[in-house]
Design a protein around this ligand. Structure first.
Ligand code: 8DG
Ligand code: MG
Length: 143
């Protein structure tokens, strides 16, 4: 039976370093040329924390710790080459080793990773992230 398209679960991570966050310019067809967080699809049986750590490692080579749930948003992309629907789980984390430098492990999917000042984010941001920023969402821990 063909059930047609279904919503999928994505887990993405704010890797925070002081006031900076790690972003990369997407080369995938969805959100091409926009700045997004590392992340990807939740695999069967995985926890959100495991998925965040795995995706960050696979895409940037970085090891993260203090992985915490932040929020979840509903993202419907009907204006894309391939319409999609994601329930996106946003996590926060820090580097296990603050001296570790991101590597662009999947150059076909990302132009490169860099640290960006939260008060001076690059443009354009990937739509789900743009929506959060515009709503005033702050990914940093409150002291
Ligand atoms: P995978 O097959 O390795 O699991 O997936 P991927 O190739 O890394 O997929 P992705 O496009 O990076 O992430 C899956 C979906 O997550 C993406 O198509 C839409 C959703 N998503 C958001 N916001 C963000 C974000 O800031 N970064 C990333 N990478 N994905 C996001 O809704
Ligand atoms: Mg990804």
């Amino acid at each position: 039976m063909d059930t047609g398209p279904v919503p999928r679960v994505a887990v993405v991570a704010f890797v925070v370093k002081g006031e900076f966050v790690l972003l990369g310019k997407r080369l995938s067809s969805m959100g091409h040329s926009t700045f997004a967080l590392p992340g990807g699809h939740l695999e069967f049986g995985e926890s959100f924390e495991e998925c965040a750590a795995r995706e960050v490692k696979e895409e940037t080579g970085l090891d993260i710790e203090k992985i915490e749930f932040l929020t979840v948003t509903n993202n419907v992309f009907l204006d894309q080459p391939k319409p999609a629907h994601y329930v996106t789980v946003f996590m926060r984390s820090v580097l296990a080793d603050p001296t570790q430098v991101p590597k662009n492990i999947e150059p076909e999917k990302c132009e490169g990773w860099d640290w960006y000042d939260w008060k001076n984010l690059p443009n354009p941001l990937f739509a789900p992230l743009e929506k959060m920023v515009r709503s005033g969402f702050n990914p940093f821990p409150s002291e």
